[in-house]
Ligand binder design. Structure first.
Ligand code: HEM
Length: 82
């Protein structure tokens, strides 16, 4: 999980317009073996829900949460391999 957390952090920092230190796989390649095992919209929705809950818990302003979700959501088709 430590490695996964590091990769998620670097990817999202880059996706949100911060410094780019992401050296991991692209989203399509990273999740292809999971799509083969049934990864689908319900799993993606669950990740988005957890992200929203966490940002709410941290009292992040709603317009910023909306922006985060729009950016994270823009990876949906790549993550789900379509
Ligand atoms: C906003 C959507 C998502 C983003 C931005 C994201 C981002 C990432 C990143 C950066 C990696 C690392 C790639 C690498 O190893 O080089 C990764 C791997 C992984 N992701 Fe996601 N992910 C997303 C959605 C999901 C969902 C919906 C699931 C399943 C519920 C998932 C499960 C995994 C797993 C298990 C790995 C590790 C694969 C492996 O090392 O074998 N991800 N993801």
């Amino acid at each position: 999980m430590d490695q996964q957390i590091g990769k998620q952090k670097a990817f999202l920092t880059m996706a949100f317009g911060g410094p780019n230190s992401y050296t991991g796989l692209d989203m399509r390649k990273a999740h292809a073996h999971l799509v083969a095992r049934g990864l689908n919209d319900s799993h993606f929705d669950a990740v988005a829900e957890n992200l929203t809950a966490t940002l709410n818990e941290l009292s992040v302003a709603q317009p910023l949460i909306d922006q985060v979700l729009a950016i994270a959501g823009s990876t949906r088709n790549d993550v789900l391999g379509r």
